[in-house]
Design a protein around this ligand. Structure first.
Ligand code: GLN
Length: 285
């Protein structure tokens, strides 16, 4: 049997062949998960049974081939909550917490305690769940098209104790937009990568569902179509909030304004990139 210390070193070396910078972190996450111990290196001399060591090494091997750590673990944290994830569902990213913060700031400022919110292209449900955690009296609906993502979305709401309505359907289907009316806030992190981005995807991201990533030639298809289709579902004086990719802020702002939204507020994510926009649906329209 190998010791935890020896096993750590072997995993670390495997992963470091691909990415020196994340090797310690990734190894620690894999050991934590597979050994069921929050602090696996607290007792480095503890022996690891052979079958367990093999299992851990095979995960490190897959990680070293560029398979996402988050899928290997089958869960990832967002907004302090745990989300089950796997192939077919987009991995929650810290950038998206900026969108949650922006929506929460709007609710605080506007003193909305029971807002009606729709989260479009919900994926794992991380946005909807984070909002429900912070606004327990909000009426939240999550819309998701993918058959593969849907079971994760359902499971994540249950695991996190979030009473969120789930609609299995296409956000570009007008019958769904007609079903969800009088919204206080529409929020979405739609697919926004460009055709060029898709050709240059990092190996890890290639394992994520293209349907959750690709937003058409210029990455803006969903902003154009969703804004136009859903604007009548939002109350006058209600809000729309989007996440988008680096450099897309001017285009998204223009789409919002063309559709009768005003007071566009842009926000930067933790990495300093302008990542989100929120705007008000003009009262007169
Ligand atoms: N943030 C993701 C990425 O950069 C893209 C997610 C999306 O298109 N909404 O890979």
């Amino acid at each position: 049997m190998v010791s935890r210390k020896e096993l750590f070193a072997r995993c670390r070396d495997l992963i470091a062949q691909r990415d020196e910078e994340t090797a310690d972190f990734d190894t620690n996450c894999i050991l934590q998960d597979l050994l069921g111990d929050r602090n696996p290196m607290f007792a480095p001399q503890l022996p690891v049974p052979d079958d367990k060591a093999q299992e851990i090494l095979s995960l490190a091997q897959r990680r070293s081939e560029g398979y996402p750590l988050q899928y290997l673990l089958g869960q990832w944290e967002f907004w302090g909550c745990n989300f089950k994830i796997g192939e077919g569902v987009l991995i929650p990213r810290p950038d998206t917490e900026t969108l949650v913060e922006q929506v929460l700031d709007i609710c605080r400022r506007e003193k909305m305690t029971t807002p009606k919110i729709a989260d479009l292209c919900s994926g794992s449900g991380c946005i909807a769940a984070a909002l429900k955690k912070e606004l327990p009296n909000a009426d939240i609906c999550a819309v998701e098209l993918s058959d593969k993502a849907l079971p994760y979305l359902r499971q994540n709401m249950e695991l996190n104790g979030c009473d969120v309505n789930i609609i299995h359907g296409d956000v570009l289907d007008s019958s769904i937009a007609e079903q969800l009316i009088e919204l206080d806030i529409l929020v979405s992190n739609p697919p926004y990568l460009t055709a060029q981005d898709m050709r240059e995807l990092q190996t890890e991201v290639q394992h994520e569902p293209a349907t959750a990533l690709f937003g058409g030639e210029d990455g803006l298809d969903f902003y154009r179509a969703m804004t136009k289709l859903w604007k009548s579902s939002i109350k006058s004086g209600g809000f729309i909030a989007y996440e988008f990719g680096m450099g897309q802020h001017d285009a998204v702002k223009a789409i919002l304004e063309e559709n009768g939204f005003t007071d566009v507020e842009l926000r930067r994510d933790g990495g300093g990139i302008i990542r989100t926009a929120a705007a008000v649906k003009a009262l007169s329209r």
